[in-house]
Design a protein around this ligand. Structure first.
Ligand code: AMP
Length: 200
């Protein structure tokens, strides 16, 4: 199937390089990819073939979407760089990877994953709180996977290490399509600014 050359919506998905233990995780990764593809959208992701990362990419392509992968050269073999990408960028460092993923996206969505996913989510969230960008950030809480983390974050607000306004900078949801639609609605209407380029 041909991928659209000028996608309507470019979304960065952070998720596990492993599939996780529950079938719901894979189902949600497929649902995210299908939504992106059906919208004529573009997936920006870590460029790997394994785990939920591979599933999101495969489903996006199968539904007619465009796939941009960005992978550090040291991980090309470990995460199995994905040949189905319309664009595969092999970069020198993890920092370059994350910067390019941020530049190329209108919004960000984290699915279940491990420490790589957590780190990416927290980084893009902190960049938002610093005003480095104003792109929406979402967290898909599949099968209650993130309940414990969200509870801890609420503890942090109660203990006065975080403000409620910081929690409001991420949109959480349990249903992939509804969350993706809300993120797309949240994309700022103004022309792309270059604050990310100035700050990272
Ligand atoms: P994981 O959630 O641990 O399976 O990792 C998901 C993705 O996050 C993988 O593509 C990792 O390469 C990536 N990742 C991003 N930043 C980091 C980091 N600082 N340490 C480890 N993995 C990272």
């Amino acid at each position: 199937m041909n991928s659209p050359s000028s996608p309507t919506f470019s979304i960065c998905v952070y998720c596990g390089s492993r599939p996780g233990a529950r079938p719901e995780f894979a189902d949600s990764a497929r649902a995210v990819g299908q939504w992106i593809g059906r919208q004529g959208g573009q997936l920006v992701y870590g460029g790997g073939r394994t785990g939920l990362m591979g599933l999101v990419a495969e489903s996006t392509r199968a539904a007619g979407g465009r796939v941009v992968g960005v992978i550090p050269k040291a991980l090309v073999d470990k995460e199995l760089a994905n040949p189905l990408c319309d664009e595969l960028h092999v970069v020198d460092t993890m920092h370059e990877r994350k910067a390019m993923m941020a530049h190329r996206s209108d919004a960000f969505l984290a699915l279940p994953g491990g420490i790589g996913t957590f780190e990416e989510l927290f980084e893009i969230w902190t960049w938002r709180q610093l005003g480095y960008h104003d792109k929406p950030v979402g967290l898909l809480n599949v099968a209650g996977y993130y309940d414990g983390m969200l509870g801890f974050l609420r503890d942090s607000v109660r203990e006065a290490f975080m403000g409620e306004w910081q929690m409001d900078l991420i949109r959480t949801g349990e249903e992939p399509h509804a969350l993706l639609e809300a993120l797309r609605e949240d994309v700022p209407r103004h022309a792309k600014d270059d604050r990310l380029a100035e700050n990272i």
